[in-house]
Design a protein around this ligand. Sequence first.
Ligand code: SAH
Ligand code: SF4
Length: 350
Amino acid sequence: MNTKDQCKQLLDELEQSHELDRSGLIRLLKYADPERLFAAADRVRKIYVGDEVHLRGLIEFSSYCSKTCLYCGLRAENRGLQRFRMTQAEILGCARRAADLGLKTIVLQSGEDKSYAIGELCEIVREIKKLDVAITLSAGEFTKAEYAALKKAGADRYLLRIETSNKQLYESIHSGMSYENRVRCLYDLKELDFEVGTGCLIGLPGQTPEMLVDDLLFFKTLGADMIGLGPFIPCEGTPLAGAAGGDVGTVLRMMALVRLLMPWVNMPATTALGVKDTEGHRKGLRCGANVIMPNMGLNEYKKLYIIYPGKAQGLGNQDPLERVKALILAEGRRVGSSYGGRRRDLGNLR
Ligand code: SAH
Ligand code: SF4
């Protein structure tokens, strides 16, 4: 059997059983015929999570950050960046507008801005919860007690990417942070019964296909409910500004493998994918994605939330929500009308 036929057989096995060993996954990540991989992921997506694409209204509420992740424009040491912090009234105003427009999930994202007391975040969660929406938080690392307080206040989901599951690479791009603590946070969130989202950056300097496959296995072992994958986009004002960055093809292959390995997950076509390639969202929807996160913040702040360049392009042109809805319909899919949480009825078919 030639290599292509062997890969086809591995793909069939993965599509049927949603299991494959590490060496098989490495071969599929390098598959010479990625269209087959994408088509299989699209079939599995349709069977498990259907044609609905869930919209999550993203509010980036603070660009202050105490961490120094080497790849990110918001890192504390990027002194050239003009920072903002939304008031509680501004956050609630954006959430209300998103809910009025029919969005059933609000995602609150920020740098690790320790000036918000946990009680203040809980208060914001409680207020937004009154709008009859699911709430996802993405504000970095906390203690287990702090996560528990946020859960009790009404938060349903939490996004915290592992970024890379390779401890050595992780520590080389997160000075002063601990890999073990990142993993601890994810398992604490799981234990507290959050729907847990994680994911990785693709195209980090020194990252290999083997490391990417280990990321997939990490997601599966954790039992992640949501997976977000994006290309690393080098950002001015950071130590990795001169790096090459990730390519869209590898991101799409990884997305397809996620869908095949963990068919029940919610997986966005990420903002970074859409920034790197104007067709990125469409391509992502065809490779297993079933979520898009339109930015429902205020334009004056969107411009300042520069995790990577290009995010605010096209502001003031077409309404982002309308654009996303049009794309979903053009792809023959439907806009989700429920909270769009993890389908527990599908179980973890392991
Ligand atoms: N501070 C929180 C949430 C904001 S950052 C946290 O770190 O979890 C959200 C995500 O942006 C990060 O998880 C990271 O994967 C992504 N990100 C940061 N810098 C990036 C870059 N240069 N290119 C692409 N994605 C980036
Ligand atoms: Fe801060 Fe998150 Fe950026 Fe790291 S990735 S510097 S924690 S905003």
